[in-house]
Ligand binder design. Structure first.
Ligand code: ADP
Ligand code: MG
Length: 355
């Protein structure tokens, strides 16, 4: 059987650019080279696309100034299916069988890249355009969860325009409906960027201003007291859910630093839950995945109350982290699926979906 060509796209115009580099490094190193030829396509923080042939140590390699970089792009024109590369001796097209976007957050995990691949007719790992877009926007996700009857924290959303028109009445409504402390998040971000917990009005005002630095819509949520449990879901129609893990943040909540910088966060790769709780979470994770129309993969994150009786869906990550410390691949590894097998399965799922 001839080898398939896969283009791994990394970096991107996103506050999670650096996390993407760490994730992509692992993905690239895990793609079995006896089955696939791998092309590395990097997008700089300001949105330039390059084909890159340097070391896969992306975080430390200053990849964008590497001598191998040549401009490259994927055109929506299906007659030019593949990567269009602007080599010194002319424009070439490299045929590819699949794109693996290892991009987190805006301009990559949010349906934009998926939409481009749909136009181009190129199979793309992970969720399609619409499910990526819906899962990226926490206000849209929450609306769909309410509609599907999936339990979650009480929430409110507000746009910058509406907030600026009537901030005081919105703050009062938030206090009455949600009660302090209130979690404030940009509707469309990730890695806890712009997320804060506000204990009073003054902190709430500040938190909302911080969240608006990341976009025009902000979500406020009632604070859930409980444990943070993550579920890894894999598949198009037939779904596999790995045994859930637990995140025990060292800081007040699972913020950016406790995710990537300090090492205070503890992980229980198999969360201490009863068999019944595990089944309930797996079933809620599948229901969430289906309600949002996900395919390929997603990590569905929950809170479980300390008494174990209540479960709340928190958010869906359609391109979960693949860094050295990321839970999605670890949960499957723990379930007996090594990293390279997982990555191959994701590629094959993308190709299968496009047929
Ligand atoms: N409603 C909530 N109640 C309690 N903690 C929350 C709530 N929402 C978010 N958090 C905390 O903030 C972290 C980041 O929020 P999350 O919604 O997961 O955003 P992100 O997409 O940035 O990861 C969560 O992992 C959790 O620690
Ligand atoms: Mg999260």
């Amino acid at each position: 059987m001839s080898k398939k060509s896969v283009a791994v796209i990394f970096g991107g115009v996103s506050s999670e650019h650096d996390v993407s580099l760490a994730s992509a490094e692992n993905v690239i190193n895990s793609i079995p080279t006896d089955k696939y030829d791998v092309y590395k396509i990097g997008i700089t923080k300001d949105g330039r696309w390059f084909k890159y042939d340097g070391p896969t140590d992306l975080k430390n390699s200053k990849w964008e100034s590497h001598e191998s970089c040549v401009s490259a792009c994927i055109l929506p024109d299906r007659a030019k299916k593949g990567i269009t590369v602007f080599e010194k001796d002319g424009v070439k097209i490299i045929e590819i069988d699949c794109v693996f976007p290892v991009l987190h957050g805006k301009n990559g995990e949010d349906g934009t890249m998926q939409g481009l691949m749909e136009l181009a007719g190129i199979p793309c790992v992970g969720c399609d355009m619409i499910s990526s877009a819906m899962s990226m926007d926490k206000a849209v996700t929450n609306t769909i969860m309410d509609y599907a009857g999936i339990p979650q924290a009480k929430w409110l959303a507000v746009t910058k325009y509406d907030y600026n028109k009537a901030a005081d009445s919105f703050l009062k409504k938030a206090e009455e409906y949600l009660g302090f402390p209130i979690f404030v998040k940009p509707a469309c971000a990730g890695s806890s960027v712009g997320v804060s917990k506000a204990a009073d009005f003054e902190a709430l005002r500040k938190a909302i201003d911080v969240a608006f630095e990341h976009g025009n819509k902000v979500v406020l949520e009632q604070t859930i007291v409980g444990r943070e449990i993550e579920c890894a879901v894999l598949g198009n129609d037939e779904l596999q859910v790995a045994t859930p893990c637990e995140i025990i943040p060292g800081s007040e909540f699972y913020d950016y630093d406790s995710k990537y910088i300090d090492d205070t966060t503890k992980i229980d790769i198999v969360a201490k839950l009863t068999a019944e709780q595990v089944e309930k979470l797996k079933s809620l994770a599948k229901k969430t995945y289906k309600a949002l129309g996900c395919s390929g993969m997603s990590r569905v994150d929950f809170f479980v109350s300390d008494d174990g009786l209540s479960m709340f869906m928190n958010e869906v990550n359609t391109i979960p982290g693949f860094t050295q410390i990321s839970m999605y691949p670890k949960m499957f590894e723990n379930a007996g699926k090594p990293y390279s097998e997982l990555v191959s399965e994701l590629i094959e799922l993308a190709i299968e979906r496009s047929k």
